[in-house]
Design a protein around this ligand. Sequence first.
Ligand code: SAM
Length: 283
Amino acid sequence: MAGTLYVCATPIGNLEDITFRVINCLKSVDIIAAEDTRNSIKLLNHFDIHTPMTAYHEFNKYDKAKALVNDMLNGKNVAIITDAGTPCISDPGEELVHQAAEAGITITSLPGPAAAITALTISALPTRRFAFEAFLPTEKADKKERARILEELRTETRTMILYEAPHKLKATLKDLSKTLGDDRRISLCRELTKKHEEAIRITIGEAVAKYETEDPRGEYVLVIEGRDPSDIAAESEANWNEMPLEEHMEHYLKQGLSEKDAMKAVAKDRGVSKRDIYTQLKT
Ligand code: SAM
């Protein structure tokens, strides 16, 4: 019988944030696939876990996942852990889960900490709807893609969550200020679950100013206020109003709308009544 893949969440700082279930699972599986075995050995020693570990990371993930899937097909149970938090969230876990699923292996997740959710809960920003954006591509790796995503975020109305390394924080805050403006609220959540945990609740402009005079320290999650939907409506209304009325009508007629329905749609876009559109067209 094939083995199972256990996706095990581990602490993001505070060692007490591990579940009984994860400890028992790590003790009982045949192999632990760890992102950094030198890092994970501290966790395993702390909880008296002696299961053999194998390195599974960004640079060997395709081949190593293949080998681990073979082990599972041969009946071995495998647990995956990463450097911190929930595997597959901005770390190499995804490939192993993908290959295991393709091979028809049973996969189960043992939930626990994830920095994104931990930060969101103390951000004091709306939590009902949010968009997890992970790490932005760096300027060096993909300048165009970074600009494209930032532009997409400009109109995002949900609360946004970004991961960022301390040495890249200043550049990211400057880019956020350029695209989203200085007034949006942002919670800079650092050192979560650790001794110096902090949620700095300020505006983007204030965050840029703060880090002009100090260096970011520790790991950060940025939680950013989404755009006010009424702002977007006002912006698109302004854009439509710049278009000549006939062209605006044509835009809908070309899509097959009747003249009456096109007038209705145009009136809605421009934030005026249908009668206004009718009068303007007939004069
Ligand atoms: N899999 C992890 C999770 O579940 O959150 C994320 C791994 S990702 C490679 C690492 C990033 O997560 C860091 O650069 C930082 O943005 C965020 N992070 C992890 N631990 C953190 C902590 N204790 N405080 C703040 N941010 C943290």
